[in-house]
Design a protein. Structure first.
Length: 171
């Protein structure tokens, strides 16, 4: 079976949620899944749930607990670069049938690593690995390489009324 590349982008809610749903489906089929979470370094409800499937799903976070300042700190750059290297290893290892790189699309936008480095990572994907990239502001060169592109668009959101992230829903 050949693998395809999916991109979940846009300003709406649901990019990570869609990727995690695909991870759950793949694990249900017995696939080995790698999830690299960029720009994230906090324990969330999904991480607690995914820990129960640790024989099938590996999760690594490459970020800190706060927003990335502009310009990014040396610590933020180092975490993203570590994620880039670990993701390349996961993609090319032959160990994983599905690799999800959550929020990786934002890394070049935030200048944590270059678009060229992300494209080289994408291009290193063997044909049998399913690859999912999430994040806002997907560059046209990323979209061109994708087989599936889904844009989440915000039409309405309770954040606009001051509702903060809720445990079990957003975190």
């Amino acid at each position: 079976m050949g693998g395809y590349m999916h991109v979940y982008t846009g300003d709406g809610k649901g990019k990570t949620t869609a990727a995690l749903g695909l991870a759950l489906r793949a694990a249900g089929a017995g696939w080995q899944v790698f999830i690299g979470q960029f720009l994230k370094g906090v324990a969330t409800s999904e991480l607690r749930a995914l820990a129960r499937l640790s024989d099938l799903i590996t999760v690594c976070q490459f970020g800190r607990s706060g927003w990335v300042p502009q310009p990014p700190s040396a610590e933020d750059i180092a975490a993203a670069r570590q994620g880039l290297a670990r993701s390349r290893q996961a993609i090319t290892s032959g160990q994983y049938q599905l690799v999800i790189l959550d929020e990786v699309i934002l890394c070049p936008v935030l200048r944590l690593f270059s678009l060229g480095e992300l494209l080289a990572l994408i291009d290193a994907r063997p044909e049998d690995v399913e690859l999912v990239l999430t994040g806002r502001y997907a560059h046209p060169a990323i979209l061109e390489r994708a087989d599936v592109v889904t844009e989440m668009r915000e039409l309405k959101h309770y954040y606009r009324q001051g509702v903060l992230a809720r445990t079990g829903i957003e975190i």
